[in-house]
Design a protein around this ligand. Structure first.
Ligand code: NOJ
Ligand code: CA
Length: 558
């Protein structure tokens, strides 16, 4: 039975589903022109449903010169023709909804493409109404405390424009002029941008580059009170006009600045957890998962009840190392990135599998970790099959290569000649289509795809406990094992994760509120016994277990 609109838009729907980020451009090419398209995503919806995905986040699909892969929009109200038509989008949304999958777009509000008619008008004519939509300067010296986002590409946030006879401000690349939020028409336009796509059935947005909309002299020009006001207005509009839709923030900031985007439940339902993400990897690096507990203890209490963190391991950008100390950054580079050319901007441009040296157990361990925490897990396309990357491509393109559907030509992505592909296929042997692809992994029980699918199934069939907001870290001393409880009304879920490259044993005292007769939901290479009120587990290298205990209150009367 297809889910109804009210099932899809039930309050808090995002607490129990797994999100899947995908670039339309690289997912599946339905018409053989070498470029992934919306109809291609529609063709693969059964794959996503079978994987257990409850929502997809489409990277920007609006008209764009693709100098920043669609984050440089030149027409906010049209699908880029290379991706298809408005009807293709409608068919994708309808097909997704019929399978219980929501569809998020990417709301890029901070900047536009310099090719956009708004900017072209503004630069040519000082009296154009669009002039005030951008920030201009005669000196290019204002807002000098605003951080440079791509210091390896741009040396200033101001670029001189001959046609305008002035400098214009851009937080990112020079071809992405920032909009001026002190101009009310810009607000109205961006709210309409959101409305336009929500009216076409989208279930919400990942919001791009959230902190930077407003600039004020003498500040770092990020996370200013006006920014919060703008997103509260957006959220209020969505709640009123499109109830049940959701927003997730991209705000790569310090802990207090990031937590602020929940704003007592009035702003974003989800915030991508940039402060936690590097700690998941670092725990493998030095086998000290205490750092994960520390960051969760610092960040979970601030989350309002109807909101949740959005956890991710990798995405379409570099793995950002902005939120870690210098020592941690050094540890990261030592453990995960020995390859020349892998570092870019403030991080590393590698995918999950190459970072973890192609070790499926480590991939499953970290995936199970983000699935086990209170909040919403976000998977990045291709990581479920262990796809690799290409360091020979420019900027971050190497982590956006075509999805590997089979071991056939072009990895089954497209029937176009290889030289016409929008991006070349991965060729690095352990991660290339011959070794890593959907069709083969689907046929091999025990493959990474099967293991990831199993994790999602188990999580979905215990939605009450995984969707609970409660979390209690367990003190395990110097153990390489991370342990936590996820209490819910009837059960307590025990999660144990061994970050060491060798087996480990742990003893967890059981709280008096549980019956000491556990149900193992899943364990990889682990065994356990209960002695008195102690739960003793032996976990294989990079093994983990999810174990359910009935609470005493909930025990059925014999
Ligand atoms: C963040 C996006 O994730 C990234 O890909 C893009 O380059 C910048 N925002 C600028 O839009
Ligand atoms: Ca195509």
């Amino acid at each position: 039975m297809s889910p109804t609109e009210s099932d899809l838009r039930a309050p808090d729907w995002f607490r129990t589903v797994v999100f899947y980020e995908l670039p339309v451009r690289s997912f599946y090419d339905s018409n053989g022109d070498g470029i992934g398209d919306l109809a291609g995503v529609t063709e693969k919806l059964d794959y996503l449903r079978d994987l257990g995905v409850g929502a997809i986040w489409l990277l920007p699909f609006y008209v764009s010169p693709w100098k920043d892969d669609g984050y440089d929009i030149s027409d906010h109200y049209r699908v880029d023709p290379r991706f298809g038509t408005m009807d293709d989008l409608a068919a994708l949304v309808e097909g997704a909804h019929a399978r219980g999958i929501r569809v998020l777009g990417d709301l890029v509000t901070n900047h536009i493409s310099d090719q956009h008619p708004w900017f072209q008008e503004a630069r040519k004519d000082r009296s154009s109404p669009y002039r005030s939509w951008f920030l201009w300067s005669d000196t290019g010296k204002e807002f000098s405390r605003a951080r440079l986002m791509f210091p390896d590409y741009e040396h200033s946030n101001w670029t001189w424009d001959d046609a305008a006879g002035q400098y214009y401000f851009h937080r990112f690349f020079a071809w992405q002029p920032d909009l001026n939020y002190d101009t009310p028409a810009v607000h109205a336009e961006m709210l309409n941008f959101a409305r336009f796509w929500l009216a076409r059935g989208l279930d919400g947005f990942r919001c791009d580059a959230v902190p930077y909309l407003y600039k004020r002299e003498g500040t770092k020009c990020q996370s200013l009170p006006e920014v919060h006001q703008f997103f509260q207005t957006l959220r209020a509009m969505m709640d009123a006009e499109f109830p049940g839709t959701a927003l997730v923030a991209e705000a790569n900031q310090s802990v207090p600045e990031t937590v602020a985007y929940f704003d007592q439940g009035k702003e974003f339902q989800m915030v991508l957890h940039f402060p936690a993400m590097p700690n998941f990897f670092l725990s493998i690096g030095d086998q000290n998962p205490k750092r994960v507990l520390d960051v969760l203890r610092a960040t979970l209490p601030g989350v309002p009840g109807d909101c949740g963190w959005a956890y991710f391991l990798r995405n379409h950008d570099e793995l950002s190392l902005e939120q870690v100390s210098d020592e941690e950054r050094a540890l990261f580079f030592r453990e995960f990135d020995s390859t020349p050319g892998a570092r870019i901007h403030n991080g590393i441009r590698r995918r999950l599998a190459p970072l973890l040296k192609g070790d499926d157990s480590s991939i499953v361990l970290l995936t199970a970790l983000i699935l086990g925490l209170p909040g919403s897990p976000y998977l990045y396309y291709g990581d479920e099959i262990g796809m690799g990357d290409r360091l020979d491509l420019t900027d971050r393109d190497g982590v956006r290569t075509p999805m590997q559907w089979s071991s056939g030509p072009n990895g089954g992505f497209s029937t176009a000649p290889p030289e016409e592909l929008t991006r070349p296929i991965v060729t690095d042997a352990p991660f290339a289509p011959a070794a890593r692809n959907v069709a083969d992994e689907d046929r091999q029980p025990g493959s990474l795809l099967w293991r990831v699918r199993t994790l999602l199934r188990i999580r979905a069939s215990h939605a009450a406990v995984f969707g609970s907001e409660r979390f209690e870290g367990i003190e395990l001393g110097d153990s390489p094992v991370l342990g936590f409880w996820r209490p819910s009304a009837e059960y307590r879920l025990l999660g144990l994760y061994n970050f060491a490259p060798e087996p480990a044993t742990v003893t967890v005292p059981l709280p008096p509120t549980v019956w000491a007769s556990p149900v193992e939901l899943l364990r990889t290479g682990s065994s356990s016994t209960v002695v008195g009120h102690d739960y003793m587990a032996r976990l294989d290298r990079r093994g983990f277990s999810w174990t359910l205990f009935l609470t005493r209150r909930a025990r059925p009367v014999p």
